[in-house]
Design a binder for this molecule. Structure first.
Ligand code: CUA
Length: 377
């Protein structure tokens, strides 16, 4: 039934765990509206036949009160049923919306940067890819997205997800690919001349293939001075320096002067400490409270005087234009790692094995032959 309707409605594959639920609501709405319009059409035809003009029967001039009451009853029942139907659609849809907006706590976080006209992705190990997003299949993945220039929109039809990507802000979306495969990403917000070419692929791999794939990617290049972000000058003589994204965030934060006002050991300074900040509930000077998620923390970097942390002076300058999207992403990752339970500190993240000891070679889905495949054997 699901498959039949999916094909009838020309919907793409249901490649994420939420896709079947979203389609189920879509089917319910389509089928009830079809049934409703068919019913109206049939009644209209029946009435045309039944009440057609016949010379022999006179048209009654005064309405029959009993019949009028019956008609009113039918009208009220019909309107209530319709209203109830809309409420049911809305409630089911709202629950799906909440689900789509609430990434599971164990989701893998990947930073996404959009610019005219390409998508770049940065993984927790500090490596980056362009045009191809590698994800492990069967695990929730949470994308933390921002744009370098104009508004774009991250759209994966097969996952039934679409989310705007906005400069100076961080928006998030999550999904779980049901099985390994390659899925298309489109930009769904008109963003200039190259909008239609702004595509990418999501490549879902098994866990070990995923670990191997992101290990082979080149490190993220940040536009900061110093050799720490780049390959050593003499390739082959020194081992490649491996910085996790969190470690890069630490370097960026030091370089950009964040650490002059913020500490990471829990002591308040000119600004609040970063230890335990990410994911905590922050008291604001206006009496309200705010969850310090990626969106809030990005807003705090770009427009720090909009929402002031209670007990601190509004002295932080805006970092709009001073922090690139990858740098913002790296700082967010640093903040996130700083707030994980004690066992998982920055160092623990770096010590974690990136590749399973004897992982088999990557099997790329055959659909993926163009962008990014040059990284693979
Ligand atoms: Cu980016 Cu359209």
């Amino acid at each position: 039934m699901n498959e039949l309707l999916r094909r009838l409605l020309f919907l793409p594959r249901q490649a994420s765990t939420l896709a079947p639920q979203i389609d189920a609501l879509h089917y319910a709405v389509i089928l009830t509206t079809f049934a409703g319009s068919a019913l109206v059409g049939l009644v209209a035809v029946a009435y045309v036949i039944r009440y057609r003009h016949r010379p022999a029967t006179p048209i009654p001039l005064a309405p029959d009160p009993a019949q009028e009451r019956a008609t009113r009853g039918v009208e009220i029942a019909g309107a209530s049923l319709l209203l109830l139907l809309f409420v049911v659609f809305w409630v089911v849809g709202f629950r799906q919306f909440v689900k789509l907006e609430s990434p599971p706590a164990n989701a893998l976080i990947i930073q996404v940067a959009a610019k005219q006209w390409m998508w770049t992705f940065t993984y927790p190990n500090g490596r980056g890819s362009k045009g191809v997003l590698f994800v492990p299949a069967g695990r929730p993945v949470r994308l933390s997205m921002s744009s370098r220039d104009v508004i774009h929109s991250f759209y994966v039809p097969e996952f039934r997800i679409k989310k705007d990507v906005i400069p100076g802000r961080t928006t998030e979306v999550w999904f779980e690919a049901r099985e390994p495969g390659a899925y298309s990403v489109y930009c769904a917000e008109y963003c200039g001349e190259g909008h239609s070419t702004m595509r990418a692929s999501v490549v879902a791999l098994s866990d070990s293939d995923y670990a191997l794939a992101i290990e082979r990617l080149p490190p993220l290049e940040l536009e900061l001075p110093g050799p720490v972000y780049r390959e050593p000058a003499l390739a082959g003589t020194a081992p490649r320096e491996r910085l996790s994204l969190a470690r890069m965030g630490e370097r960026v934060a030091t370089e950009k002067g964040c650490m002059r006002c913020h500490t990471v050991d829990g002591t308040p300074h000119i600004g609040p400490t970063w230890l335990g900040m990410y994911g905590s509930v922050v008291p604001l000077s206006n009496g309200r409270e705010m969850l310090a998620d990626a969106a809030y923390l990005t807003d705090s970097m770009m427009d720090p005087r909009a929402l002031i942390h209670r007990g601190y002076l509004p002295v932080m300058p805006s970092y709009q234009g001073l922090l690139s999207v990858p740098e913002t992403g790296a700082i967010l990752e640093y903040l996130r790692v700083l707030s994980k339970p004690a066992a998982a500190t920055v160092n623990a993240v770096e010590r974690a094995p990136l590749v399973a000891p004897d992982s088999p070679p990557i099997r790329l889905p055959s659909a993926l032959t163009d962008a990014g495949s040059e990284e693979m054997p």
